[in-house]
Design a protein around this ligand. Structure first.
Ligand SMILES: *Cc1c(COP(=O)(O)O)cnc(C)c1O
Length: 395
C-alpha cells in the first residue's frame, strides 16, 4: 500500500451544482418582478415538470406540486394517503433518514428491510416478508439513481392492498422498463432538488401523482390547509381577501426564486444525465481491474440518473473503506458515504431494537462502500485524478 502523494492540485469537492447564466438571469428577473414567493414561476415549473416526464402512456394527466423539499413532499404524500397512528410503512434501511422520518411525523411506524446486494435497492422479497396486519404502504428508494424493482414491488402492493410512494430523490431522469420514474403505476412519486441532486433549486422538491384527489390534498396541505381552489369553484364571486382553512396544514410551498432555478435546470436534465454517465463510464474503465465492485448498472435500455457513483471495496482489497477515504482526502479529493444505514442510527436502532444482523446486505455494503465525486462540472482529468488516487491506495 502506497500513500497517495500529497496533492498540489486544488481540492476537488465531492459535489458541486452547475448553475448557468439562464438560471441566474431567471432568478434576477424574479427578484426584479416584485413577486418572490410562490407564484407564476412555481406554476410554470410544475407545468414544465409534467411535460418533461411526458406521461401520455395512460392518457392521464400528471399533477405536479412544487414543494420546498423532498422531505416535505414525502410528508404530504403520506398525509394525503391517510397514513397515521397504528399504521406501518415499509422502506429500505439503505437510505437517508428523510425517507423514514416522515412516517414518524404522522405517528405511524417504520418497518425497515434489507437490500438486494446486486442493486443496493430495496429487496422485494424482504418487503413481502415484512408485511403485517398494520402495513399500509411501501416507500421504495431509487438508490443512487438506479430504478428499484418496481414491477415486483407494485405487484406485491397490489396483492396486499398497499400504497406505494416512490422516493425519487436520486431519480431524475431515471427510467424503469422504458418509462420515466414519475410516470410509473405507484400512487405518488417525490423528487428532490437539494444542492447535490441531479438538478437543483438550492432546496426544493416535486410531488407527482395521477390522482386528482391526492394532488388536491397535497396542494391544500402545502399551504396551511387553505383550500381556495375548492372555494372558488363553488362560489360565483369571492372577494380576493377571503379564504378558508380546512385543515391544520404545513408551510411547504416552493418560492418563485427557487422555481426560477428549476425551470432552467430541468431543461438541462437530460444533458446532465448524459454527462454524468460519460464520467461514470470513465470511472468504470479506470477502476474495473481493481479489487472493487463497480456500481450496479441500469438494465439494458433503461436510464440511470447517475446521481451517485457508489464503489464497494472487495474483501481482498489492501485497504479498508475508512482508510481509502482518508487517503483520498489527503490527495485533495472529497468523497462521502451514502448512507450510514438507518439500522445503524441511534434513533432508528433504539426505537425498533434493530441489529446489524437483521440487514446483512446493507451492512456488508455499508462497511465497504464510498461515493466518489460525480457531477457535471468535473472534467475527464478530474475523473483520472480520482481513479489514480483510488488505484494508489489499493496498490
Ligand atoms: C436528498 C434525499 C431526500 C430528501 O430530499 P430533500 O429535498 O433534501 O428534503 C430524501 N431521500 C433521499 C434518498 C435523499 O437522497
Amino acid at each position: 500500500m502506497t500513500a497517495a502523494p500529497p496533492s498540489s492540485l486544488p481540492f476537488l469537492p465531492f459535489a458541486l451544482p452547475e448553475i448557468g447564466d439562464d438560471e441566474i438571469a431567471e432568478v434576477v428577473d424574479t427578484l426584479r418582478s416584485g413577486w418572490v414567493t410562490t407564484g407564476p414561476k412555481a406554476r410554470r415549473f410544475e407545468g414544465d415538470f409534467a411535460a418533461f416526464l411526458g406521461d401520455d402512456t395512460r392518457g392521464e394527466r400528471l399533477h405536479c406540486i412544487a414543494v420546498n423539499s423532498a422531505t416535505a413532499g414525502l410528508h404530504l404524500a403520506l398525509e394525503a394517503l391517510g397514513i397515521g397512528p397504528g399504521d406501518e410503512v415499509i422502506t429500505t434501511t439503505h437510505t437517508f433518514t428523510a425517507t423514514a422520518e416522515v412516517v414518524r411525523y404522522l405517528g405511524a411506524d417504520v418497518k425497515l428491510v434489507d437490500i438486494d446486494p446486486a442493486t443496493l435497492n430495496i429487496d422485494p422479497q424482504a418487503v413481502e416478508a415484512a408485511i403485517g396486519p398494520r402495513t399500509k404502504a411501501i416507500i421504495p428508494v431509487h438508490y443512487a439513481g438506479l430504478a428499484a424493482d418496481m414491477p415486483a414491488l407494485l405487484a406485491i402492493a397490489r396483492q396486499h392492498g398497499l400504497k406505494v410512494v416512490e422516493d425519487a430523490a436520486h431519480a431524475l431522469p431515471t427510467t424503469c422498463q422504458g418509462r420515466r420514474v414519475g410516470t410509473l403505476d405507484s400512487d405518488v412519486t417525490v423528487f428532490s432538488f437539494y444542492a447535490n441532486k441531479t438538478i437543483t433549486t438550492g432546496e426544493g422538491g416535486m410531488v407527482v401523482t395521477r390522482d386528482a384527489a391526492l394532488a388536491a390534498r397535497c396542494r391544500t396541505m402545502r399551504l396551511h390547509g387553505i383550500n381556495r381552489d375548492a372555494f372558488d369553484r363553488f362560489t360565483a364571486k369571492v372577494p380576493s381577501w377571503y379564504y378558508e382553512v380546512v385543515a391544520p396544514g404545513f408551510k411547504y410551498n416552493l418560492t418563485d426564486i427557487a422555481a426560477a432555478l428549476g425551470i432552467h435546470q430541468l431543461k438541462r436534465a437530460n444533458a446532465f444525465q448524459a454527462q454524468r454517465m460519460a464520467l461514470w463510464a470513465q470511472y468504470d474503465a479506470a477502476l474495473a481491474s481493481l479489487p472493487v465492485i463497480l456500481p450496479p448498472q441500469a438494465r439494458e435500455g433503461d436510464l440511470h440518473s447517475g446521481h451517485l457513483y457508489v464503489l464497494r471495496l472487495a474483501d481482498e482489497a489492501a485497504v479498508g473503506r475508512d482508510g481509502l477515504i482518508e487517503q483520498l482526502f489527503a490527495a485533495g479529493i472529497g468523497c462521502s458515504v451514502h448512507y450510514i444505514p438507518l439500522h445503524r442510527q441511534p434513533y432508528w436502532r433504539d426505537r425498533y431494537a434493530l441489529t446489524d444482523a437483521q440487514f446483512p446486505h446493507s451492512q456488508h455494503a455499508y462497511e465497504r462502500m464510498l461515493s466518489l465525486p460525480l457531477y457535471t462540472r468535473m472534467t475527464a482529468a478530474d475523473v483520472d485524478r480520482v481513479a489514480s488516487a483510488v488505484r494508489a491506495a489499493l496498490a
